[in-house]
Design a protein around this ligand. Structure first.
Ligand code: PMP
Length: 462
């Protein structure tokens, strides 16, 4: 670790313990134990304060570092840009902002405009506000409701939590904003938990459940439907056949705007540029954040279709007819400069193709583990975005308890392999081990990760 002595690092740990409030952490154990500080990264690997090497199977913990660590060309692109012009906010544009928007749109046929912000939550809020403004402009405020799914997650702010389908995250933070309505999820493996779910054509049936909510609420009150293409934190839930086609039909039928949250799936994670492109969907909004610049800079985008954009300029004589919103750091140029280079790397290194091949390998390895370990009830995934759901009994599908799922994650960490598990706090829902390595993963990396999981499962459930 360049330039830092053991004493320096011990000071860092003390400063962290004394002053940093970590995300998602109960801090009591840190009073005696040690917080983990990630000090350095290169490619697929990171090193902690004790010099221990880990292979990172979760791209920076939260599905973000798609092109891996230590990319000099991204650092250079950001350095050059911020020395030339780091920031100008408000109504102006920037060179990297314009060029990245053009590049991004070349990957998203049918989409037209990029609105810059900083986080996934913020990008989603922008889309929600656009939906509300459209409702006011065109429908006297009536068509303002935003539908979201059980198990989906759209962010940590109060409005995005109002569209949050994971109750365990929301407990203790209400009351939430009005006008957000929950619709049922679509999860083949757990369809037995849904009354009336059929054996055949489950996908179409599940989409029809959304239509029932629309009819109950009144289609003239529903402005948008917001969905993750593959649900991430809710358990790596891939959609069954027929689902998305029917969802699209329903949105078209009732003139409901389709908002696809690509904060996790976006920019290559599923082996295509955007998750929705796997399913032939025509969105009105696409929001993205994590993989856009692989965590080298904070950037998010709310991308809209031309149809949506045009609604905000159709009557220029009305002084109120524009999107009256701002994001200060939407004017930072580091974000689009990093994003541009990030995208060039994915293209030049053919990382989408690698993601498809390595994703297949990851799924096959996990399926092989399922043959050996009966605690694996289901294996799911799309590209390098995979999950293995743990159950106590394959017949009843009783979810594995948080403690033992946590023990598997901890055992892997001990072995120097960082894997994830989706929100383990609610045993009935959060029992899925998650794997989302950088898109540069090699066959050896994938095997190293799943071999560690094999050993961990053997020790915890052996
Ligand atoms: N949408 C999805 C699908 C997410 O997984 C997340 C973050 N995990 C968000 C939105 C919110 O992104 P952020 O934390 O950058 O606000």
């Amino acid at each position: 670790m360049d330039g830092m002595t053991a004493n320096d690092l011990s000071h860092v740990v003390d400063a962290d313990r004394a002053h940093v409030w970590h995300h998602l952490v109960q801090h009591k154990p840190f009073e005696t134990g040690e917080p983990k500080i990630i000090v350095e990264g290169k490619g697929m690997r990171v090193w902690d304060q004790n010099g221990k090497e880990h292979i990172d199977a979760v791209s920076g913990g939260v599905w973000t570092v798609n092109v891996g660590y230590g990319r000099e060309s991204i650092a250079n692109a950001v350095r050059d840009q911020i020395l030339k012009m780091n920031f100008f906010g408000g109504t102006t544009g920037s060179i990297p902002g314009a060029l990245f928007a053009e590049k991004l749109m070349s990957k998203m046929p049918g989409m037209k405009r990029v609105y810059y912000a900083n986080s996934g939550s913020e990008a989603n809020e922008k889309a929600f506000k656009m939906v509300r403004q459209i409702a006011h402009k065109r429908y006297g405020g009536k068509k303002h409701k935003i539908l979201y799914r059980d198990r989906d997650y759209h962010g940590s702010t109060l409005a995005t939590m109002s569209a949050g389908g994971q109750d365990e995250r929301n407990a203790q933070y209400g009351p939430f904003a009005p006008g957000f309505v929950r619709v049922p999820h679509c999860m083949e493996y757990r369809k037995h938990e849904q009354d009336g779910a059929p054996e055949e054509n489950y996908g179409v049936w599940a989409a029809n459940q959304i239509e029932e909510v629309i009819l109950r609420e009144g289609p003239d009150t529903v402005g948008a439907l917001c969905l993750e293409p593959v649900t991430a934190g809710g358990g790596v839930i891939t959609p069954p056949d027929g689902y998305w086609e029917r969802v699209q039909e329903i949105c078209d039928k009732y003139d409901i705007l389709l908002h696809i949250d690509e904060v996790v799936c976006g920019v290559g994670r599923t082996g295509v540029w955007f998750g929705y492109q796997n399913y032939g969907i025509k969105p009105d909004f696409v929001t993205m954040a994590k993989g856009v610049a692989s965590g080298y800079a904070a950037i998010s985008c709310c991308v809209t279709s031309e149809k949506v954009f045009d609604l905000f300029k159709d009557d220029a004589s009305d002084p109120m007819n524009y999107f009256r919103d701002i994001s200060t750091f939407g004017g930072c140029t580091a974000g689009p400069a990093a994003a541009m280079e990030n995208m060039r790397i994915i293209e030049d290194e053919d990382l989408l193709a690698n993601t498809l091949v390595m994703g297949e390998r990851m799924l096959a390895n996990l399926q092989a583990l399922a043959e050996k370990h009966p605690v694996i009830g289901d294996v799911r995934g799309k590209g390098l975005f995979c999950g293995a759901e743990l159950v106590t009994d394959r017949k009843t599908k009783e979810p594995m308890d948080e403690k033992r799922v946590g023990a598997v994650v901890a055992d892997c960490m001990q072995q120097g392999v960082i894997i994830g598990a989706t929100n383990r706090s609610i045993p009935s829902r959060n029992n899925t081990l998650t794997f989302s390595p950088a898109l540069i993963a090699t066959a050896d990396d994938i095997d190293e990760i799943t071999e560690a999981v094999d050993r961990a499962l053997g020790r915890v459930f052996g």
